[in-house]
Every structure is written in C-alpha cells, then in structure tokens.
Design a protein around this ligand. Structure first.
Ligand code: GDP
Length: 443
C-alpha cells in the first residue's frame, strides 16, 4: 500500500533560532529510524540526534514521534526541531522528501485533523483565525471563537435537534404508546431558536472585530478624501494587503487604531483622482457605502455646505449608516458648520491633525468590539447558521400550527444538514478546499 505522507516547514521563513518541520502519514516510525539512525524511539518522547543522508550528518536536531491516532492529524506524526535558517532547514526538508513523502498543501495538516475527526471545522477555522489576527481586537475575537466554546455551543444545538427529532420519530412509530407533550416540544424548539439567535447576535460584532470595520471615506470632490486616507495610513500603522492577482479595485487597506482593525474599502476609487468616474461624485461610492459598517463623511471647511453635501448626508441617513462627520481643512480659515443632532469632528487632513477622528472611532467601537461571548468570526459560517435558524423557525411554525410530526421533522432534518456543515460532518470537497486554502503551509 502506498501511503500519502506529507511534510512541511511549519516555522516562518527567514533566520531564527529553531525551525520546525512536521511530517504526517503512516508507518513513519520506520522512516524516522532511517532518517536519524536511532533504533529505539518511543512516542511522545523528545530525542536528540542528527538527520542523516547515507553516512553524512545534515543537521543536529531534536525530534518527537507521535503514533496514530494520538496526534494533531490523527495519523503518525513527526516533529523535527532543527537549526533556524532557510538553507539548513531546506536541506533537511529535501532529505525528508526523498522518503516517499510529498510537500503538504496549505492547511493540509488541519484538513487531515478534520477528516480524521480530531477537530471540527469551526475549531480549525478558529485556529487559523488566531494565526491570522492582525490586531489585539481581532485576536480577542478569534480566541473567543476558539476557547469561548463556540464549537461546543454548536454541538449542543445539534444534540438538542437530534434529541427532539428522535422523540418525534418514536412517537410516529408507536403512536398508541407514546404521546409527546406538544407544548414541551414547542418550548424546546423555541429554546434552540434563541440559542442560535444569541450566537448570531454576538457574531455580528465578532465578525467585524476579526475582519475589520469596513469603512468608506466619502465627500464631494476636493474635500480631502485622498489626503485623509494617506494621513490615516501613516506608514507605521498601516497594514496594506495587496491581494495578488486582482485589480487595483480590490486593494484592501487595513489600519490599526489602538488594536481596533479598520478595513478601508473603495480606496482605489479615492486614490485615483484623475479618474473621470470619480468626478461623478457620490454615485461611485454608493455601492461602497452600502457595504460599509462605517462611513467617514468629509465636509470641505473652505467651501459652502452645498446640495452635494446634503445629498450625501441624506443618503447616509436613508441607509441608516453608522457615520462620523469630519470637517476638514481647519488649518485655514473655515466655516464652522453645524448640523442638527450631529457631532462634527474637526480635522486637518493635510497637517495630519486627525487625532480627534481616531479617538472618536476608538471610543465608538472599543467596548462594542471587545468580544466577551462565544462568537463566529466568519461571514460564511454566519450564513450557514442563518439557514439553520430559518429551518428551526419553520419547525416551530409547524409545531404551533399543530402540523403532524413529519412536517416538524422535515424542517429539523434540513436544519441538521447545515449544522453538519459547521461541524464538518457534512462537507463537500469544495467547502474544504475553500477553507483550507487560506491556511499556511505546515498548519
Ligand atoms: P479628494 O478629491 O476628496 O480626494 O481631495 P484631495 O485629498 O485630493 O484634496 C483636494 C485638495 O485639498 C488638495 O489640494 C489637498 O492638498 C487639499 N487638502 C486636503 N486636506 C486639506 C487640509 O486639511 N487643509 C488644507 N489646507 N488643504 C487640504
């Protein structure tokens, strides 16, 4: 039998004290003995030794062997700790690949862990989120997903649904002997519904905390949008991610305000002031505004507050958007504009005098985004859970309307299909592919 053994350099590239190489697969003990020329190797012990190529010593290492199923992936695993440094690590890695072991794909270790039921999908996602957290607030949100027991909550909901389904089924099979209390059943479905609603409610902020507050800067031409953008992105705090292979329109610019992550959207449109499209003004930004969690509306302090400003304001109010209004160019003589019931922050984007604006953002979000309850951090998980909620609600309706058990069970079965997507019991290759391709190699 040919085993599909995989290996990866799990530590970051570059020079460091120690590098880590992981191997997962089957019959690894034999391979490890050959690599290290050690005869007696027990699982879970750390050994000191060398990696050999024939008689030649390649690197001085320590290593641990894990025997299946007691490992991260559930397979045999080896962890090798060698000297840090790209060249030495690569030469050890090349040596390992000669043993019928191939290079792992991104996230493949975690994917195997899920397939071998060592971990469910939500937990795998949480681990990846922790690794990828860009600011303290995102890290907190992903930790609440991981240690905050979201997967435990989801499993609890799953078991509640299974339990009710089983009871309804038994009643259908033995209608003379068993009669479930319909009121009781209804109460339990209601209970499940509120558990799901609770998670969804927390997740709204959890997703924002982890992924960043989607923010758009709007204002009429020449109000100072692009200048403000540059001021906000002062190099030392900006996290600019240029998503490879995409057009300039999807460049994401991330910003860290005292640990709060801001994701500036539509920045390509703002930057490109030569662009005629930009001159159309608000039209272009409407879509971005609709997708935003927060809009920063800039008013030009050197100009009259005109119909163009009113249009923008009206649109924001219509859409009930969270907004911050900033009066710009206060370094010159400016008109002190007042708008009823609105707080106006004064800034000078040109002089990078934007502390009050940053303070406003921090004050508005620091409490709200400090997640304390178990939360999801991922929009697609939230969408799946919303589908679960829809079916649970439909089951509740069926119960309230005194429909027969098979109607209720039909809805509950549908809700389970989606719950299984979250726990990883019902996965499609596509779903796994999409999820794990975002992982690092070696995780
Ligand atoms: P946009 O069209 O809204 O992106 O506006 P820009 O950022 O391109 O700015 C338009 C003009 O206003 C430029 O000449 C800027 O230098 C100027 N400007 C922007 N912010 C300020 C400011 O705070 N004070 C002053 N005096 N001028 C500013």
């Amino acid at each position: 039998m040919i085993y599909d053994n995989i290996a990866a350099i799990s530590s970051p590239r570059g020079i460091g004290a120690i590098s880590v190489i992981r191997i997962s697969g089957y019959n690894l003990l034999e391979i490890l003995k050959k690599l290290t020329k050690k005869e007696k190797i027990k699982p879970k012990y750390m050994y000191y030794g060398w990696i050999y190529e024939e008689q030649e010593k390649i690197d001085e290492i320590t290593f641990v062997y894990h025997e299946n199923p007691n490992s991260y992936t559930g397979e045999d695993m080896i962890e090798i700790f060698g000297h840090g440094g790209d060249l030495i690590t690569k030469s050890v890695f090349r040596r390992i690949l000669k043993e019928n072991i191939r290079e792992a794909l991104p996230g493949e270790f975690s994917k195997r862990a899920v397939l071998n039921k060592k971990m469910n999908l939500i937990k795998a996602q949480a681990i990846n989120d922790i690794i990828n957290s860009k600011t303290e607030y995102s890290l907190n949100a992903s930790q609440k997903m991981f240690t905050g027991g979201i997967s435990k909550k989801i499993i609890e909901i799953k078991e509640d649904i299974l339990n009710i389904s089983a009871r309804l089924e038994v009643e259908m099979d033995y209608p003379e002997d068993i009669e479930e209390d319909t009121f009781e059943i209804r109460k339990e479905i209601e209970n499940i519904k509120s558990k799901i609603e609770n998670i969804l409610k927390n997740s709204e902020n959890g997703i924002i905390a982890f992924n960043g507050i989607k923010t758009t800067i709007v204002g009429k031409p020449n109000s100072g949008k692009s200048t403000l953008l540059n001021a906000l992105l002062r190099k030392e705090r900006a996290i600019v991610t240029d998503v490879p292979g995409t057009t300039r329109d999807t460049i994401e610019e991330m910003l860290n305000i005292k640990g709060i992550l801001i994701k500036l959207i539509d920045t390509a449109g703002i930057r490109n002031t030569e662009d005629q499209i930009e001159k159309i003004g608000i039209e272009r930004s409407k879509k971005a505004i609709e997708e935003s969690d927060l809009v920063i509306f800039i008013i030009d302090g050197n100009k009259k507050f005109d119909s163009e400003d009113t249009d923008i304001l009206q649109f924001l109010n219509e859409k009930k958007k969270e907004k911050i209004i900033a009066l710009n160019k206060i370094d010159k003589e400016y008109k002190d504009i007042k708008i009823e019931k609105e707080k106006i922050i004064k800034i000078s984007a040109k002089n990078k005098q934007i502390e009050d604006l940053e303070k406003e953002i921090y004050e508005r979000y620091s409490e709200k985004l400090y997640i304390k309850e178990p939360t999801l951090t991922n929009e697609s998980h939230k969408n799946i859970l919303e589908k679960v909620l829809k079916d649970v609600k439909s089951a509740l309706e069926a119960s309230k309307n005194n429909l027969t058990n098979d109607f209720i069970m039909y809805d509950l079965r549908n809700s389970l299909e989606n719950i299984y997507k979250l726990t990883g019991e019902n996965y499609t290759d596509e779903l796994l592919e999409k999820m794990f391709s975002n992982f690092c190699v070696g995780k």
